[in-house]
Write a protein that binds this ligand. Sequence first.
Ligand code: SF4
Length: 315
Amino acid sequence: MAEKELAATAIRWFDENARDLPWREPDVGAWAILVSEVMLQQTPVVRVLPAWRAWLARWPVPAALAADPPAEAIRMWGRLGYPRRALRLRECAVAIVERHGGQVPTQLDELLALPGVGTYTARAVAAFAYGQRHPVVDTNVRRLVARAVAGEPDAGPATRPADLVATAELLPVEPARAARASAAFMELGALVCVARAPRCVDCPLASMCAWRASGRTAPVGPTRRPQRYAGTDRQVRGMLLAVLRETTGPVHRDRLDLVWDDDAQRARALAGLVDDGLVEPVGEAYVLAGDRHLADRRIPGPRLAAGPEAGVDPV
Ligand code: SF4
């Protein structure tokens, strides 16, 4: 298989089929792209779109976010889920201000040194914001490369250095084309070469795909079972955090006790939120991180019976 042909074919397909997403607009800056990449890691596009717009309307540059307390980031994160990302994004904004004068750095090693920015995110920003040639490897790309190049039905559970090497070898030499190819691979993996039932009949890479050529055309099984959510500590954390997020100031423990009947599970979930730095205890009450200065306000007692319909996020 001609590897450059694979990239060229993917780019042609991407030119005609890419989703019209705002963070792909040519005038979008590195900060907006960084925010989108963090939000998209564990949240579907449709939920990220309004949150991304609201986040950037409020904090169009890293310095704006860095100037606000962590609690505001947690509130703005709303129901995107996994709210530790909000804290990490704010820490990242602070580091960008302190180390880089408020500008998202351009060099990969500088990006990798930012809080909360890992292998994937750093390369995504370098490629999509600055047009550099780096392999951008997420779950979708690993699956696509495993099938099309290695002839394997799926990739392993975690990104390995070998995945970066395998993907880098597919990229065109010219940096802007390489970045475009990375975006194309991601889109193909997300829309066509999907985990459970790859749409090989619609795939532009079908004629050069090693997995398809091997004759194993039956859909592969799910790579992982859907995670149970109802009744988990994550659900309880989400319910507790929703009460705190929707309250300005401290929330008395008695009020949080109304959120969930199981005392042990509720205590465990609350302790987890504190350990993660999302919530701070203030006497018999709790505040979102950074809201301790509000603790001298009157602490309201129990009044809100938060049921399962209250903000329930994966936390
Ligand atoms: S032909 Fe099928 S398995 Fe191969 S890359 Fe395309 S969708 Fe994936």
